[in-house]
Design a protein around this ligand. Structure first.
Ligand SMILES: [Zn+2]
Length: 247
């Protein structure tokens, strides 16, 4: 009985593949559910923040974001906002809700740098990394419930209870980070931004913050492994970048 429940859950939720990388994923939250949560969190954050509009930096966020979105096959209601906050941070929530904090502008520096960070964040959302993390946690939980006293319906409730804990600062794992780098690199290149600028971006990021670890690095650690991994995909990215310039 318990086994049947696990098997049917795996069957129901295992049919997901990350875009571009093609990695198979186990996700127990529906896209719809995830996007509803994304929208709620985004509205909450925007309501509590000062959104900058009409400045060159705000226009850059919109310009780069819309250009990237044009080259992405996703049914998202995209939104791009620049938040007046000196923390070095940026995120994209499920459904295409992107926020860039003004503190990161010294690291992004230009449109290419902006495309690196936005492409990376959008990639996390496209590949549903937040939902994947939640699913891993909930499956562990589910397993625990089934081994313990939990009945089937309690276990499912427990799994979905984790959905409500979903927040912006959910740390990604190493595999997801490297996948977001790859997907982001391809997206930015297809959109006509120079993928070679990704290396400088991550170098600047790792030395940013003046001794204090930037918010961004707590969820997206930058090190030589990351940069080496990015270099591995550079020739493929350059192919897309060169093709985009010919259009
Ligand atoms: Zn990341």
């Amino acid at each position: 009985m318990k086994k049947v429940l696990i098997l049917s859950l795996l069957f129901l939720f295992s049919c997901t593949t990350a875009p571009i990388s093609g990695r198979r994923q186990l996700i127990t939250v529906s896209s719809q559910e995830e996007q509803t949560l994304g929208l709620q969190s985004f509205q909450q954050i925007v309501n509590q923040s000062k959104v900058i509009k009409g400045t060159p930096a705000a226009n850059q966020v919109t310009r780069v974001g819309q250009n990237l979105a044009k080259h992405i096959d996703a049914n998202y209601a995209w939104e791009f906002v620049l938040i007046d906050d000196k923390q070095i941070n940026a995120f994209c929530l499920p459904g295409g809700k992107v926020a860039v904090y003004s503190g990161i502008l010294s690291v992004t520096q230009d449109d290419d740098g902006m495309a690196v960070v936005m492409g990376h964040e959008i990639a996390h959302a496209l590949a549903r990394h937040g939902a994947e993390r939640m699913s891993q946690d909930s499956l562990i939980n589910l397993g625990g419930q089934l081994l313990g006293l939990g009945t089937g319906s309690n276990a499912v409730t427990a799994a979905y209870g984790l959905v409500s804990n979903y927040g912006v600062a959910l740390p990604f794992n190493r595999k997801q980070e490297s996948e977001a780098d790859y997907i982001g690199l391809i997206i930015m290149s297809k959109s006509g931004y120079d993928p070679r600028k990704a290396v400088g971006f991550w170098q600047r990021m790792s030395s940013a913050g003046g001794g204090k670890t930037p918010q961004f690095l707590s969820t997206h650690p930058s090190d030589s492994t990351r940069i080496a991994d990015i270099q591995k995909h550079m020739s493929e990215a350059m192919m897309y970048y060169t093709a985009s310039a010919k259009k």
